[in-house]
Design a protein around this ligand. Structure first.
Ligand code: NAD
Length: 468
């Protein structure tokens, strides 16, 4: 997987660990007192968060620029505006999502009524990564609050400016009795994971996910794991390769490729590879100019460790475009690699950076086999004019989501749940899926004592006729 922090957690100093324990106890107390349950409280929190995104937009943009060289436009479309839309959509539908659902009662139990009601889980922990540090912290928080929970957020230490801004802003804009931010890295996460939570929502790599899952066992805490993986993009002959290349370049090189659903590699079927590679090079120039380092629209690699990991992958194929890099500036040019073989280094792990390998496959059967020989990806993309191909890919491969004709953007459809399968994660969120994730659905049967129809079921059942 892309990144793992220290495998050996460092012990946390006494006061800090005690402070974390005290914070969780305080939040649990607030939840137990019923503070977060009224729908009015939930709506108020969401509106406050909405206001925060407007009022504090400059501070958030500044932090994202510092952490990832993210342009203000990209910061808005992929992070701040994204969360604002999620809040808007949630506020619009919350009442209907929370409404009890009636369920028919079988004749044998009539007269009676059955329904499901949603109840919040309690105090939840959200651990988020560095690549979309605003979006991936606040979008889960929207769901947690909308469902009526108290929440602790642990932003990533690898996006320190954003973590600091969130730690400063959230307690000021939201109810500090029910929402807390714990800053720090592995020791703080470890201390948090020792606490009792009612749900853990983790976004990051699959190796740390195993640590989180093992910790959840102690309190039998349910969890959502939003992970990554190698998301393939299948390209069939006969499609508009120039348009395909532009869409792939957009999906891949946004945020310098550090996107969990970025197309990780291309499976170019038949004779598509040569033209596609040429068109990819042209698309990169069209988007970022002759020198992408000078483009205000192109981001940077998060740190030296990831920079070194990525530059070591550059000789996995023939450089079609890009390849340039500067450690000082944490810059790696948008790079397309051709003639990549399935067993090269770049194909061994999630790229999670601006390197797009193109692998040639003879036909759709080979593409499907290629995907199925590997872990289930977070997304699968395909560029094809054939409905038959779409149907085959849908039924013969497994992935968290699918995008035909466009990568990444399925995330921006508010009604679509977002989550992985297998190694790319478990559980989902966004829209009503967030309410499902952060609530318990309680089944209720309500039967009047009279008439006492249950007498038919009581022993002695052999006296059935006399009871009538
Ligand atoms: P990261 O290094 O920021 O780690 C994520 C979080 O885990 C951080 O808050 C970190 O402090 C915490 N953490 C690290 N080690 C820990 C440990 N030993 N115990 C407890 N907590 C620990 O981010 P990352 O893992 O590099 O993120 C990149 C990965 O995340 C990629 O695989 C990417 O595909 C995936 N990702 C998935 C999604 C999604 O929504 N499915 C979104 C973004 C990223």
């Amino acid at each position: 997987q892309a990144t793992v922090q220290s495998a050996v957690p460092q012990p946390l100093e006494g006061t800090a660990a005690a402070e974390i324990a005290a914070t969780v106890t305080r939040l649990r107390g607030a939840f137990a007192a019923g503070r977060t349950k009224p729908i009015g409280w939930r709506r108020a929190q969401l509106r406050q968060l909405q206001r925060m995104l407007v009022d504090e937009r400059p501070a958030l943009e500044k932090a994202l620029l510092a952490d990832l060289g993210k342009s203000p436009v990209e910061a808005h479309t992929t992070e701040i505006g994204f969360v604002a839309n999620e809040i808007e959509h949630t506020l619009r539908h919350l009442s209907s999502w929370l409404r009890p659902r009636r369920v028919p009662v079988p004749l044998s139990l009539a007269p009676a009524r059955a329904r499901t009601v949603r109840e919040p889980l309690g105090t939840v922990l959200i651990i988020s990564p560095w690549n979309y540090p605003v979006n991936l912290s606040l979008a889960p928080l929207v769901g947690a609050l909308a469902a009526g929970n108290a929440a602790v957020l642990k932003p990533s230490e690898l996006a320190p400016a954003t973590a600091a801004v969130l730690a400063e802003l959230l307690p000021r804009h939201l109810d500090p009795e029910a929402v807390a931010v714990v800053e720090g890295g592995v020791p703080e996460s470890t201390a948090l994971l020792e606490q009792h939570f009612d749900h853990i929502f983790y976004t990051g790599n699959a190796q740390v996910a195993r640590v989180v899952m093992a910790a959840a066992v102690k309190h039998l805490t349910p969890l959502t794991l939003e992970l990554g993986g190698k998301s393939p993009a299948v390209v069939e002959p006969g499609v508009d390769l120039a348009a395909t290349a532009r869409r792939l370049a957009w999906g891949k090189f946004t945020n310098a490729g550090q996107t969990c659903v970025a197309p990780d590699y291309v499976l170019a079927i038949g004779d598509t590879a040569d033209t596609l590679q040429r068109e990819l090079a042209a698309a990169v120039t069209e988007m970022f100019g002759e020198d992408p380092a000078a483009s205000g629209d192109y981001g940077r690699i998060v740190n030296e460790r990831h920079f070194d990991r990525l530059t070591a992958l550059l000789d996995s194929g023939t450089v079609v475009t890009g390849g340039g890099h500067s450690r000082e500036d944490l810059y790696i040019a948008p790079t397309v690699l051709g003639d990549v073989s399935a067993d090269s280094a770049v194909m061994a792990e999630e790229v999670f950076g601006p390197i797009l390998p193109v692998v040639r496959v003879p036909d759709l059967d080979a593409a499907i086999a290629f995907v199925n020989e590997r872990d289930k990806p977070l997304a699968l993309y395909a560029f094809t004019g054939s409905e038959h191909t779409k149907r085959r890919l849908l039924t013969e491969t497994s992935s968290g989501g699918v995008g035909f004709g466009l990568p990444v953007a399925h995330l921006a459809v508010p009604g679509l749940p977002f989550g992985g399968v297998g190694e790319s994660g478990m559980g989902a969120y966004h829209s009503v899926a967030s309410i499902d994730t952060f609530s318990h659905t309680k089944s209720v049967l309500d039967k009047p004592l009279r008439p006492d129809t249950m007498r038919l079921a009581y022993a002695p059942v052999t006296g059935f006729k006399e009871k009538m």
